[in-house]
Design a binder for this molecule. Sequence first.
Ligand code: NAD
Length: 265
Amino acid sequence: MTDKYTANGEAAMRTGLEGKSTVVTGGGSGIGRAAALRFAEEGARVLIADIAAEAAEKAAEEVRALGAPAEAVVGDLSRQEVVDRVAATARDRFGGVDVLVNNAGIMDDMSAAADVSDELWERLIRVNLTAPFLLTRAVLPDMVERGSGAIVFTASEASLRGSAAGAAYTASKHGVAGLVKSTAVMYRDKGIRVNAVAPGGTATGIRVDASAAPTGPQALAPYMANVGRVAEADELAAAIVFLASDAASNINGAVLPVDNGWSAV
Ligand code: NAD
């Protein structure tokens, strides 16, 4: 992690993130963990919300090791009581939420529509779309009251087009793009910005059942030809921090591809 565009106090003032209360969902691993560490380097306070207890606690330790206050809340964010616990912890420990990063997600099945079971549909939509909606709904009233706030979602290449990520995942991520745009437009006069990053292929632990892809594992070859190279999680984290920062003060409702040009192919 040597290519930080902000690594000192002067730069941190430009991002305006110093002391900001930040919630990162899925902060235990992959893109969320990398974002949590970057927010810590900016001097933000970081609450990591993740279903994976050990990963969440470890990431919180890593944040503290960078000198930033950290909390970990463990649970399934598609459940209202877990969302309530995240919001309550942020309020009690950090005084509220300045920045919400709705990043947690799953992609463990790439079935075409006719092969999507009720269970799969419900699960993908609940985790990838309903959970970020619940958390967004929970933090907005406070942000409105304070007249400021930034929300950044981790959308996907599958938010922008059909891709080959399966019907349920693609529908959930198109839903995320709709939630981003609607919320951005309806809250922009309250000082709140809402944006998303759209990763292409990123080197994380997200489990992809390639055997369930409509065209099988061989689909990886044309995919790699389009994406060129897989991104590092930290390259997504840099874009998330930028969108949350004062440097992006006039960017609102954007779904920003961070995909080495895949979406331009
Ligand atoms: P990851 O598996 O490393 O991280 C996802 C994190 O979310 C994990 O720590 C996991 O425990 C957590 N999580 C999953 N379900 C949860 C739930 N119900 N409640 C709370 N936490 C939960 O994968 P990643 O690649 O870092 O994924 C982050 C986001 O990036 C996801 O939304 C994913 O859809 C998106 N994305 C990733 C890629 C990629 O190639 N890696 C591409 C496009 C989009």
